[in-house]
Design a protein around this ligand. Sequence first.
Ligand code: TYD
Length: 131
Amino acid sequence: MDIKLIDFQKHIDDRGSLIIAEYNKEIPFLVKRVYYIYGVSDDKKRGFHSHKNLKQINIGIAGSCKVMLTDGKEKTEVTPDNPAKGLYIGHNVWREIYDFSKDCVLLVLASEVYDETDYIRSYEEFLKSVF
Ligand code: TYD
């Protein structure tokens, strides 16, 4: 499955923490879009799609949530709850996001501008596209 956890650069001292992610180091694509999700109640689920081309990095800036990822064969669950780590999600990965804490802020760095035609929003269609 085209996913990985990325450790960002950390500068931590008695003044607090400074975290850095740079193109060609921690971020393997040029960031064309940034968005963030917050204020999600714990009974709500998001995601439920894959992308044809877009790659992204999810960062749990505050709080936590859970991300289920599958390529149609393997399935795994990741908890982005550390602002110093990024969850890279590449092509052909179906994701579902749930169990948001009240204070969760999930930051997304995306390789493409918004394009609805890059989304696959039906799990059946996703399975057809990968097998
Ligand atoms: P949606 O894809 O449902 O979010 P999630 O994957 O987190 O569940 O997006 C919600 C709405 O926002 C939907 O109408 C599409 C729109 N949207 C944009 O217009 N631009 C964007 O960059 C994103 C991420 C979503």
